[in-house]
Structure formats: structure tokens, C-alpha cells
Design a binder for this molecule. Structure first.
Ligand SMILES: Cc1ncc(COP(=O)(O)O)c(C=O)c1O
Length: 422
């Protein structure tokens, strides 16, 4: 380990030495020792178009020569305005206002503050959020509070505000219980809302797929039912699309794929195509209107030093252009995953195979407790590197989330590697 760096999610005493990356291009990472590996998970789920895409690099370079950074209160700039306009065009129709920040946790933090203050500004005190068992929304205090108490957050449990968790109807191929799971979850949520809907500031969900909680997928029909309940009982629906946004689920956004219009959306990760940290919290006009007032106390007093950084906005604009140009690549990847699944389906070491757009996931059968600390994760990680693959299972959950530029041949190599590792 480097003598001066404290690495994230890493127990320095026992963790293997981190691998030094010298360069990256497309789906390939090149290590210091010359070993080349395919980035099967788009690093931390960010590199939509692969690494070092020249169009995004060029856009950042051009912007850096023009305006690299400026305070975003009392000042504005073209890249932020253009990005807000482009995003609103692609987002569900309900979402018309864009608030900038710089990482996924913060986008969630802002969503929670928006929802909470939305009711306060209308003289209603609603202090409770509904969230889903198994959820992960980030590592800051608010985002931890609405996430499952896990090894990431357990130690801080006393400091986290109370949230009511409801079951998430996770499903997979050949799941015969999915309807019962959905009915059960919906009935619990309905029960809560119908008993005292004026307690709830909002419901937060990772639509269609819970990421860090184990790539747990649910059906669009469930998301639709949830949306209907939020509308019927007049609470806000917050879609945390930090991971699912920008094509990951095979459509531009999971909400678009599910045909719902949430009140608030959180976006980050793929926003800049993996080049720079940037995030947005988008909201509906009705949310924005509740803050629009002569009363200074109705202002959303939130901001960050690098809010709407022009370089990040320029990268995001270039990334959106690439997404439009290569739309079939994220729309069609599901079919390719499915073709490989046809072979893996009967594998004795795998269960609960599932695929959604560009994301494929499966549970490795193991005698250890499932969960993040399952030892199989470390074994697979190591064997994958030897075979030229970057895989980072979440405990016994093995998943792929490749950049959209991966070729069919490269994806075939990835699946061959997985079979060999298993
Ligand atoms: C759904 C979701 N929300 C929020 C976050 C937090 O994002 P960040 O790591 O950028 O803070 C993540 C990160 O994995 C995520 O998957």
C-alpha cells in the first residue's frame, strides 16, 4: 500500500496490494506490468463509452481553455445551461428543473432535503421516508439513513434518522413467486400510506435494480404500482438513478423504461461518461414551485464549491452526444447477454440469473453466508485478474456492467473467462 493513501472500502492490513493502472482505452485497462484487462464493470459503473474516449477528452480540453470553473451562485455559464436543457429533453416529462452537485450520495442528499423542505414550505411537517430493504443510496449520513443498515453503515446506526423499510420484490429468470412478492410489498406500502400519509415526506427507490445491495432486479410493473400509490396518497417519489441512469437498463433512464414520472430523480455516475465527478438532482415543477417565494426561508440553502463545474458539464454534453450516436449499443446489449445466459443457465454453480439492459447478474452457489463479505468475491476477483478481466463481485453476486463500446467478441471473451473461473 502507498504510505500516504487511505483507500476506500479497503482494510489496509489484509487487502491485497492495489494494481497500478498505467493507461486505459475503450474497454481495456493497461497495468504497470503490461498486463491488459477488460473493465467488465465500467470501473465504478461510470465509463459508459469506455475509457479515454477522444470526443470527451477533446470537449474537456476545449472547455478548460475557455472557462474551467466559476462560482455558481450569482453567476451561470453556457455548459450548465446547455446540459440542463439536454437533460430535461431526455428525462421523463415531469422533471423540468436541474440542481447540480458532484457525486451520487450528494445527489441523494439533496433529493432528501428537497422532499423534506417541500412539505415544510407548505406548512406541513412530514419527517419520515419510506425506503426499500436492500437499498444502497450512498455513504453520506442522509443517504446512509435511507439505505439498508449494512456493513457500510451499521457502525453509524445511532446517528442515522429513522426510515421505514419495506420489502423489495427482487426477481430473476424462472422466478415463480414474483407476483406474490410484489403484492406483499405493495400491500405493506399501501397500508402505511393509507394509515397516515401525512407522515411521509417521500418514497425513495432505485428503480428496476438495486445496485450495491446485490444487483437485485424488479419488474417495471412494480415500479408503476409504486408510482400510482405515491400519487394516490400524495407523497413524493424519489428515483435514485445514480446507477441506472444513462442507458444502463437498456433505455435512457429506468423511469422511462418503466413509463413513470417521478417527482425527483438523482443522477451521477454515467453523467460525464466516467471522466469527471458531477451529479444532478432533477425535480418536477411542483417541487420547484414550493421553494419559489419572497420568503428567504423557503430557499434551498444547499451548494458545493464545484457545483456545475464547467469541465464536468462539457464532458456530460459530449457523453450525451455519444449516447445518442450509439444508442443501439445500450439498447441491444440485453439480447447479447441473454444469448450467453442460454449456456450459463444450467451451470451447477450459478443461480438466480438475471439481466436488465446492459447489466447481467447471477448468484454463485456457495456454502458461506451470502453477503458482501463472502469469500468467493475475493477468489473470483483474483482469478479474474489472472484471466484479464476486472470483475468485482458483491459478495457471491457476480455481475457485468460493461462499457457500451464492448464488442461481441470482447463480451464473448468475458463470458468464457467467467465459465473458466467457475
Ligand atoms: C443507486 C446509487 N445511489 C447512490 C450512490 C452513491 O454514489 P457515489 O458513490 O457517487 O457517492 C450509488 C453508488 O454506488 C448508487 O449505486
Amino acid at each position: 500500500m502507498h504510505p500516504h493513501i487511505w483507500y476506500p472500502y479497503t482494510q489496509a492490513k489484509t487487502a491485497p496490494e492495489p494494481l497500478k493502472v498505467k493507461a486505459a482505452r475503450g474497454v481495456w485497462l493497461e497495468l504497470e506490468n503490461g498486463h491488459r484487462i477488460i473493465d467488465c464493470i465500467s470501473s465504478w459503473w461510470v465509463n459508459l463509452h469506455g475509457h479515454a474516449h477522444p470526443k470527451i477528452a477533446e470537449a474537456i480540453y476545449r472547455q478548460a481553455q475557455q472557462l474551467e470553473q466559476v462560482i455558481f451562485a450569482g453567476f451561470t455559464h453556457d455548459p450548465a445551461e446547455q446540459l440542463a436543457e439536454q437533460l430535461v429533453k431526455k428525462l421523463p416529462n415531469s422533471l423540468t428543473r436541474i440542481f447540480f452537485s458532484d457525486n451520487g450520495s450528494t445527489a441523494v442528499e439533496i433529493a432528501l432535503k428537497m422532499a423534506y423542505q417541500y412539505w415544510q414550505n407548505q406548512d406541513q411537517k412530514r419527517t419520515t421516508f419510506i425506503a426499500f430493504a436492500g437499498a444502497y443510496h450512498g455513504d453520506t449520513f442522509g443517504s446512509m439513513a435511507v439505505g439498508e443498515r449494512s456493513i457500510f453503515s451499521q457502525v453509524f446506526a445511532d446517528l442515522l434518522f429513522d426510515v421505514e423499510f419495506v420489502p423489495f420484490p427482487a426477481t430473476y429468470l424462472d422466478d415463480h413467486q414474483v407476483f406474490e412478492k410484489e403484492d406483499y410489498s405493495i400491500s405493506i406500502i399501501k397500508n402505511k400510506l393509507s394509515q397516515s400519509c401525512d407522515r411521509y415526506a417521500g418514497i425513495i427507490i432505485e428503480p428496476l435494480i438495486q445496485g450495491a445491495g446485490g444487483m437485485r432486479m424488479c419488474r417495471p410493473e412494480f415500479i408503476q404500482q409504486l408510482h400510482q400509490l405515491a400519487q394516490q396518497f400524495d407523497t413524493l417519489l424519489i428515483a435514485d438513478e445514480v446507477m441506472t441512469g444513462f442507458g444502463r437498463t437498456g433505455d435512457w433512464f429506468a423511469c422511462v423504461k418503466s413509463h413513470i414520472e417521478p417527482d425527483i430523480i438523482c443522477l451521477s455516475k454515467g453523467l460525464t461518461g466516467g471522466f469527471l465527478p458531477l451529479a444532478v438532482t432533477g425535480c418536477a415543477e411542483k417541487v420547484y414551485s414550493a421553494f419559489y417565494s419572497d420568503d428567504p426561508m423557503k430557499t434551498l440553502y444547499h451548494g458545493h464549491s464545484y457545483t456545475a463545474n464547467p469541465l464536468g458539464c462539457a464532458a456530460a454534453l459530449a457523453s450525451l452526444e455519444l449516447m445518442t450516436e450509439y444508442e443501439p449499443s445500450f439498447r441491444n446489449m440485453e439480447i447479447t447477454h441473454q444469448q450467453h445466459f442460454d449456456r450459463l443457465r444450467e451451470h451447477p454453480k450459478l443461480e438466480k440469473l438475471r439481466v436488465l439492459g446492459t447489466i447481467a447478474a447471477m448468484d454463485i452457489v456457495t456454502s458461506d453466508q451470502p453477503g458482501y463479505l463472502n469469500q468467493v468475491a475475493l477468489e473470483v476477483r483474483k482469478k479474474a485478474i489472472d484471466r484479464g478481466l476486472l470483475l468485482r463481485p458483491l459478495g457471491n453476486v457476480l455481475y457485468l456492467m460493461p462499457p457500451y463500446c464492448i464488442t461481441d467478441e470482447e463480451l464473448a471473451l468475458v463470458y468464457q473467462g467467467i465459465e473458466a473461473i467457475l
